[in-house]
Design a protein around this ligand. Structure first.
Ligand SMILES: [Fe+2]
Length: 299
């Protein structure tokens, strides 16, 4: 499960001080010293019991006047320090309880409850307010997984616990899986998220815990959608590109998207089956397994 980081410090810092301290050295979660430094900054920001409330009141008074896209505010996420410069961003997450209006109106899915998943990034989190969301924690071996829907995974249950106020944890990319459940009362966590250029190509999965299987890849990027639209619009160049990507793109996920785009424009079932038959032998285990499933669905 995520590593609980015991770090004591009485000092409190502002968001700007936290940002400055992290911006100087960056956030490299694999590096022990950098991790400790970031955890200390998170501890100090968490010790500041007023900054988040002040920030929200300020935004409400100004009616989001500066909210031009850099800062995003949604029902669950408050971006505190956007990504763009450096290798991290900071955000606050809101975790409603069962009896919150937002839960009744939108359902738990809108807050990632009961949607078991791993993460394709490392991040530090601290319980900032409230009793914290619950999680059933599991671990698995990313290297052993191909990533197709329904693939069996050796998930190991670790424990059920919650992110209480003041608890700091490191969620490890491609290791920790959690199934979140509503907090017992409205809760807030603050995260320092690690970002890297490669992240978009690393897969994040949903899981079927009952059957120990991969649900699906949930880290789809915009490139897959762009390719599908371009092919769908009938541009010949897009078709050539999709065929190239399907056979040789370094990302299996992109290869699959390319074959999916090519199949999507075939109206005839036999022609669609032909696309997936070609995909089966295109040199990717993920694509081959998915292609087999698509052919069975067509049949
Ligand atoms: Fe998560």
């Amino acid at each position: 499960m995520p590593h609980v980081i015991a770090i004591e410090d009485e000092a409190a810092s502002s968001l700007a001080e936290c940002d400055d301290a992290l911006s100087v050295s960056g956030f490299q979660p694999e590096d022990e010293e950098s991790l400790h430094h970031a955890a200390l900054q998170l501890r100090r920001l968490g010790n500041n019991r007023t900054f988040l409330g002040d920030l929200l009141i300020d935004e409400l008074k100004r009616q989001h006047a500066d909210d031009g896209g850099e800062n995003s505010y949604g029902p669950q996420v408050i971006m505190l320090r956007p990504s763009g410069k450096g290798d991290f961003f900071i955000r606050a997450n809101i975790w409603p309880s069962e009896d919150e209006h937002a839960m009744r109106a939108s359902g738990g899915g809108a807050f990632v409850y009961s949607q078991p998943h791993d993460h394709n990034f490392n991040f530090l989190t601290v319980g900032y307010l409230g009793p914290g969301y619950w999680s059933n924690y599991y671990e698995y071996e990313y290297e052993d997984v191909v990533g197709y829907r329904g693939e069996w995974v050796a998930l190991r249950f670790i424990e059920r616990s919650r992110l209480e106020q003041g608890k700091i944890m490191l969620y490890r990319a491609h290791v920790d899986v959690h199934d979140q459940m509503p907090a017992d009362a409205l809760s807030i966590s603050i995260n320092i998220m690690h970002t890297s250029g490669a992240q978009a190509w690393l897969d994040q999965y949903s899981f079927d815990l009952e059957n120990h299987r991969i649900g699906r890849i949930i880290s789809n990027g915009s490139s897959e959608a762009f390719l599908r639209i371009a092919v769908g619009m009938g541009c010949g160049e897009a078709r050539d590109l999709a065929e190239g990507f399907g056979n040789s793109h370094p990302s299996d996920r992109m290869r699959l998207a390319a074959w999916g785009a090519l199949a999507s424009v075939e109206t005839d079932l036999a022609a669609r089956d032909g696309v997936w038959r070609a995909a089966e032998t295109a040199g990717s285990r993920l694509v081959a397994a998915e292609a087999k499933q698509r052919r069975m669905e067509l049949a």
